[in-house]
Design a protein around this ligand. Structure first.
Ligand SMILES: Cc1cn([C@@H]2O[C@H](COP(=O)(O)OP(=O)(O)OP(=O)(O)O)[C@@H](O)[C@H]2O)c(=O)[nH]c1=O
Length: 632
């Protein structure tokens, strides 16, 4: 087993392949893996346009396939597998995703698009570790993708139809099988051949190696994607600890919601791999020349100690717009970036190297370039740009958090220490300084845009004819609602100072049914009429007296049967999870984060019942409640 030590780790586990693909079964059987095949019933119907990149779609589909099987085995078959593997292969050409053809005509359409061109084949893979706690299925998801480029020769009509009539294209992504007759169509392949066939075996082994034998921090860069650890036998890799000891500190376990779907859209790492596991204990033993004492280092604590440096490196690189320059002109050497940005060469080189270490950039002999995720999320004009929120984090949250000790001692916001002004003055300032106003709106917009699709689809809102997003700022959620519910009339209600500055953030294409913006103060003015009101990221910011005013007003205008949708991060009942919300509380606003039962209780006080929760596990959860019918 010297060739494949990591697969040995799966020997004692109940492994399930959630795939009907005979190719995947063959690839894994060929390397000696023992597993059960349980084809997934998950329909490949995720909305492709909601993914920023094709590989995200493949990863999410793979994940949902595997989760469906894990959940079905747990609930219906009362057998919880240890590991479920799901995969999804797609072909992309001219920014279009091609899956399996539905009929011969469809196969013809696909193959003629591929003729004479290079295309990409992406396989997304999800490895799900399952356990059963108190009858509940707990999952640890690791996912990644692999891309291979394939070029087809020019295909004549005759060849095309002959190939289609062979029947081979029908159950294959892109309508061809490279491993059989389809191989005759291929001029070249760049990358992993097995990835095209349906399963990226090499990357899968590396991923298992990372999971079961995480290298000590300083060797990560070398091992990650270059080699599968080479050892004599996989038994040698035994660390003398139980299997589970490799996973003792990980966080981010997912619980499935009642539909059995993974509640979350993916949060992607800045590389072609992501995992919800964090904080592995470093295995004991003398691997890769690491001493025993080094192996015992508390990696999670060390990571936390360095966390602020990593955040600041991201903030500064964003503020200096390095990701923008690299997107437009990369790859660039440090000296070129320094010249563009107007910074020192040595400082710039250190920052760029730090960004490489953090997985935000790539470094080759030609220079530095953005990772795919940096292009999508970190450039200031990326569709899902987080740039606005990053700048807000640097300019506003960072100074507040440097005064955390005083905040904890005094139990109050530290705006006076951080900015030399009281919180109220500062809030007013937002609407006096144009620059700060734009910055704040950009921050709100970036989060609203990123979460809009999840919120708009958290519940079926098609029954509502009119919706009013209170404090809806730039209208990012409102625009998404209209996309999804074209018959819905959507109004955004926000302060006049906000409404006056929304034009920069409006989508370029003309919406058929545009959003209506109405200026006003939701604590003082009449609210526009609607069947559905939305409060997204509002309640956690305000003290109870203000919330009382706001919810009383909404309750008064809501007719029975109307509803209120609250978007917040919902805390667990212990109020210690998720960390993002708990950490946000440290900024000590007069508002607070609430648990599910606290939201339910609060909303009931104002006549809203039938409260439903959608815990997305991402940036915002959704709570929908309905105005009670008047008693007869
Ligand atoms: C490009 C290419 C694809 N395939 C097959 O295409 C299917 C993709 O579809 P999927 O949706 O990822 O998988 P599936 O077959 O529906 O199975 P499942 O995992 O159960 O959904 C998989 O079969 C792959 O091997 C080949 O066999 N050869 C090739 O050259």
């Amino acid at each position: 087993m010297a060739l494949n030590p990591v697969l040995g780790k799966l020997v004692s586990k109940r492994v399930v392949l959630a795939s009907a693909s005979p190719r995947r079964q063959e690839i894994l059987t060929n390397v000696g893996l023992r597993f059960e095949v349980v084809p997934s019933w998950f329909k490949e119907t995720l909305e492709k346009s909601s993914f920023a990149a094709p590989y995200e779609y493949a990863i999410e589909t793979a994940k949902q396939k595997a989760l469906e099987v894990a959940n079905r085995m747990h609930v219906k078959h009362l057998r919880t597998p240890d590991v479920v593997i799901g995969a999804d292969t797609i072909v992309t050409v001219d920014e279009q995703i091609l899956e399996k053809p539905v009929d011969k005509q469809d196969a013809y359409r696909m193959l003629s698009r591929l003729s004479g061109k290079e295309h990409s084949v992406f396989t997304g893979v999800a490895i799900i570790h399952c356990s059963s706690k108190g009858n509940q299925l707990e999952t640890e998801i690791t996912d990644f993708y692999e891309e291979t480029k394939v070029k087809f020769s020019d295909l004549s009509e005759e060849l095309l139809w002959e190939y289609i009539h062979s029947g081979e294209p029908m159950d294959k992504a892109g309508g061809y099988g490279i491993q059989a007759l389809g191989g005759m169509l291929v001029e070249y392949v760049h990358g992993d051949f097995l990835n095209v066939v349906g399963f990226p075996l090499n990357h899968f082994c590396k991923k298992l190696a990372e999971l079961y034998y995480p290298p000590p921090k300083h060797t990560v860069q070398h091992i990650k994607h270059d080699s599968i650890p080479s050892v004599d036998t996989f038994e040698n890799l035994s660390d003398g600890e139980s299997e589970s000891s490799n996973f003792t500190e990980h966080k981010g376990a997912n619980k499935l919601d009642s539909s059995g779907m993974c509640p979350s859209r993916p949060v992607y790492n800045c590389e072609n791999t992501s995992s919800v596991r964090t904080g592995f204990t470093v295995p004991l033993g003398n691997q890769n020349g690491v001493s025993e004492s080094a192996a015992k280092l508390p990696s999670k604590i060390l990571d936390l100690m360095d966390g602020f440096k990593a955040s600041k490196a991201l903030f500064v690189a964003s503020k200096l717009k390095m990701f923008d320059y690299l997107k437009n002109k990369g790859p660039l050497k440090a000296v070129d970036v320094a010249n563009e940005v107007g910074t020192s060469v040595c400082g710039t080189e250190r920052l760029l190297d730090a960004c490489v270490a953090l997985g935000l950039l790539e470094k080759t002999s030609q220079g530095y370039s953005n990772t795919d995720s940096a292009n999508i999320y970190l450039t200031s004009d990326g569709e899902y740009s987080l740039h606005g929120y990053i700048i807000h984090s640097n300019d506003h949250l960072w100074p507040l958090f440097t005064n955390l000790e005083s905040a904890v001692r005094e139990g109050s916001r530290q705006n006076h220490r951080a900015f030399g002004r009281k919180a109220e003055d500062l809030f007013k300032d937002y609407y006096h300084s144009q620059e700060v106003k734009q910055r704040f709106m950009a921050a709100m917009h970036s989060i609203a845009h990123l979460t809009a699709r999840d919120l708009a689809t958290a519940f079926d809102l098609s029954q509502f004819k009119s919706t009013c997003d209170l404090g809806g700022c730039t209208g990012a959620l409102a625009h998404e609602l209209i996309q999804i519910y074209p018959n819905m009339k959507v109004t955004v209600f926000d302060l006049p100072e906000v409404i006056a500055n929304i034009s920069y953030f409006q989508p370029s294409e003309q919406c058929a049914a545009p959003v209506t913006f109405v200026s006003g103060d939701f604590f003082k003015d009449n609210l526009p009429e609607a069947d559905l009101y939305i409060l997204s990221r509002v309640l956690h910011d305000w003290p109870d007296e203000k919330i009382h005013i706001l919810l009383s007003k909404i309750s008064a205008v809501c007719k029975p049967g109307s509803a209120l949708l609250v978007a917040e991060i919902v805390l667990d009942e212990q109020k210690t999870h998720p960390p993002r919300a708990v950490l946000q509380s440290l900024s000590m606003t007069e508002g607070k984060q609430r648990s599910g039962s606290e939201y339910k209780q609060l909303l009931e006080k104002y006549g809203f019942t039938n409260t439903q929760f959608k815990i997305t596990g991402t940036l915002l959860d959704a709570v929908l409640c309905f105005k009670k019918n008047l008693s007869p």
